[in-house]
Ligand binder design. Structure first.
Ligand SMILES: [Fe+2]
Length: 418
């Protein structure tokens, strides 16, 4: 499920392309499509039908829903709009499995996705097979001009499905973490090895840098346009914050010291009763953490995971530091100066998720993909242990609300360099 340590220690510029370039576009599309679709099913394979139904909180979705929604995406936007004569698998599925695309029609309430015992997991498997067969036939039958036209849409659909592959794991882990008898998603799973080094800080002198996605390879619209930004002077931690450092923060009363917290954050701490990162349990005086391999002792040397923006911000203040901006993160990452930038935990930044200068959402229903979420959320950079191979990008902008912590989220620190 996870990438091996060698893949986790990603190069400074991970390659995002899903398509090979064999000169046969139909074949390239078929191979890329089936590879991503099969990865979803591989991730779902350890889950029972009961596992696939659960929605343990409104922000999470059932695995069955992820499998169906990603299928609906291809049915709605690819087959429905470009494949003449395509017959939908079931007339009600568009209502059930549309997520938030208002322009694609009405949809089932998000917080009630776990109420649907029917269609069952087997019916969703049949739905996936129906759509997969139609898509592959479409790729094989369509002419070169049509394929060139729809290839960018296919790439969006595949990257969309990869995003849901990650969510499928974070969501089932949250569900399993609620279980007093903690199940293992994969008993042989291991937390990825960290590549931290002894050199602590990288200094970025004041300078103007280009940030954002710079070429025509695949990217989401929120990564463009590339633009120039003034960065520094600042110091960034080369290493991620560890569980040992987090335990010291807890021992020092971090969660109960109001001066360390943003007001909204301290309210959440009180309301939720937070005393430790998400999925942690104190058993006989020892801290354990729920992982994809089940409940495990907290490893002091591993990067801390499942912390919210509020917690990351409070920890930084406790250290008399702060969180980097997304621009600082990107400049340091492009220079290859950040250890574990990819493949372990998404890293909170203190940048608001806002449009880049010159940003325009793409036209049509897919314009709802990113742009309408550009308020009240914070940007995370890098990628996590659950991010599928080939999905990471140095300009990638993930985003969540500041109280969210069920994703694989951690942090690195920044300090002023004046
Ligand atoms: Fe989606």
């Amino acid at each position: 499920m996870t990438k091996p340590a060698s893949a986790v220690a990603a190069p400074a510029t991970p390659c995002p392309s899903l398509f090979s370039d064999s000169g046969n576009l139909a074949q390239d599309l078929v191979e890329a499509y089936l590879a991503v679709r099969n990865e979803t099913e591989r991730r779902a394979a350890p889950l029972t039908p009961e596992d696939q139904l659960i929605q343990s909180m409104p922000d999470a979705s059932p695995a069955k829903w992820h499998r169906a929604h990603t299928t609906w995406f291809f049915e709605q936007f690819l087959l429905g709009e470009h494949c003449e004569g395509y017959k939908v698998f079931h007339p009600d599925y568009a209502y059930l499995f549309n997520s938030y695309y208002v322009s694609a029609g009405p949809r089932h309430a998000r917080h009630q996705r776990g109420h649907l015992t029917r269609p069952g997991a087997d019916e969703i498997t049949a739905y996936r097979r129906h759509v997969d067969a139609a898509v592959v036939k479409f790729f094989r039958d369509a002419g070169e001009d049509t394929l060139k036209t729809i290839a960018p849409l296919v790439e969006v659909g595949l990257n969309h499905e990869q995003q849901h592959q990650e969510l499928m794991l974070t969501d089932i882990l949250h569900a399993f973490a609620q279980n007093p008898i903690p199940p293992a998603y994969d008993a042989s799973w291991k937390f990825p090895a960290s590549t931290r080094g002894s050199e602590e800080w990288v200094t970025l002198n004041e300078g103007i840098h280009t940030v954002g996605h710079t070429d025509d390879s695949f990217h989401f619209d929120n990564e463009k346009p590339a633009h120039r930004a003034l960065v520094g002077p600042v110091k960034l931690a080369r290493n991620l914050v560890t569980n040992a450092e987090w335990l010291a923060f807890m021992k020092d009363g971090g969660y109960s010291t109001p001066t360390l917290w943003l007001m909204d954050g301290f309210a959440v701490v009180g309301n939720e009763g937070w005393q430790a990162p998400g999925h942690w349990r104190e058993i006989d005086g020892e801290w354990q953490v729920m992982t994809l391999a089940g409940l495990k002792p907290v490893d002091p040397s591993a990067p801390v995971c499942h912390v919210s923006y509020y917690e990351a911000d409070a920890f930084a203040r406790w250290q008399a530091k702060h969180l980097p901006t997304e621009m600082e993160w990107e400049v340091a990452a492009r220079a290859g100066q950040l250890n574990d930038a990819f493949g372990i935990v998404w890293q909170w930044t203190r940048s608001a998720y806002a449009p880049y200068p010159g940003y325009r959402a793409i036209e049509g229903a897919l314009g709802e993909y990113n742009g309408k979420f550009m308020v009240n959320q914070l940007v995370l950079r890098g990628s996590s242990l659950a991010t599928p191979g080939g999905h990471s990008r140095i300009s990638y902008r993930n985003f969540f609300y500041p109280h969210h912590r069920w994703q694989f989220t951690g942090l690195r620190l920044a300090d002023y360099a004046t």
